[in-house]
Design a protein around this ligand. Sequence first.
Ligand SMILES: Cc1cc2nc3c(=O)[nH]c(=O)nc-3n(C[C@H](O)[C@H](O)[C@H](O)COP(=O)(O)OP(=O)(O)OC[C@H]3O[C@@H](n4cnc5c(N)ncnc54)[C@H](O)[C@@H]3O)c2cc1C
Length: 315
Amino acid sequence: MTDPQHSRLAIVGSGPTGYTAAIYGARAMLAPMLFQGIQPGGQLTITTDVENWPGDEMVQGPDLMTRMERHAHSVGVRIIAGHISKVDLSVRPFGLVGDDGAKYTSDSLILATGAQARWLGLPSEERFKGFGVSACATCDGFFFRDRHVIVVGGGNTATEEALFLTNFASKVTLVHRRDALRSEKILQDRLFRNKKIEPIWNCTVEEVLGTDNPLSVTGVRLRNVLDGSESNVACDGVFVAIGHTPASELIVGQLETREGGYVVTEPGTTRTSIPGVFAAGDLVDNVYRQAVTSAGMGCMAALDAEKFLSEQGNV
Ligand SMILES: Cc1cc2nc3c(=O)[nH]c(=O)nc-3n(C[C@H](O)[C@H](O)[C@H](O)COP(=O)(O)OP(=O)(O)OC[C@H]3O[C@@H](n4cnc5c(N)ncnc54)[C@H](O)[C@@H]3O)c2cc1C
């Protein structure tokens, strides 16, 4: 049996958080190894235009992530194309097991496994993702200036996304499958006061309607959950706002998490409940969820790991 491969810093995840942590870790001479997981490049690889990455007026999501990978590679990060199926945080060095059975150990660990937006699960939604269907108003709201958009959901996320979208859209229709919102009262008050927002209650989106050439959304087919009747509503975009799921299954029962499964970190740091384990990006953040904030937290995590290792006399 071969010995596990060891490194001073292991990074799980290859989104903006993971690659930024890796670049900083390599430049701090920690010779990090980074595991890419089943979505190399993370969430930005499933989008098209990114218009808020500083320094690029417009960049394609997959191109940006290829550049980050190349940058990490150029500074000597050991990039491993594997998914980690198990971590053991009970002893140091920490243990990691790949889904091919390969074993690794590390003196410090950065968790950058991100999150996934929850989708409706419709084939038509899949077809128009990035072409009128989005799960991020902050990212894509700007593309819908003076347009009519539909927001699907009834919690805080949907209420906040609907309010935010009124900065751009001429009209926002909120479609909710119940007859009342679950969001905080203060958000509801704001929403009901906003003349641009019209709620449609007791309805689910059954299909996103659109054209092939160009690939774009023209409306949605709704079903009333009370009487089963169907109706079409014309719109230019659909924002699915039914929440996110952080990819925290690896550490459940080992690290402190909070509601929704997000990893808890000490305020102002990326330190988790176990010394030497750091978490950053969408895995900890249910508020900002942006590439640039994730990259910022990735940088913090590498600096926190470097400080931890030097205090241990391990650098
Ligand atoms: C459609 C869409 C469009 C977006 N557009 C924008 C935009 O225009 N601007 C913007 O700033 N933000 C945008 N975002 C948000 C942005 O993509 C995220 O905030 C950012 O990607 C989070 O980075 P992250 O590195 O924390 O996580 P992710 O990007 O989610 O990356 C997580 C990584 O962890 C890996 N991973 C997970 N589990 C394991 C495991 N067990 N073992 C190994 N690896 C694992 C995955 O393979 C992946 O590489 C968009 C998001 C979506 C979904």
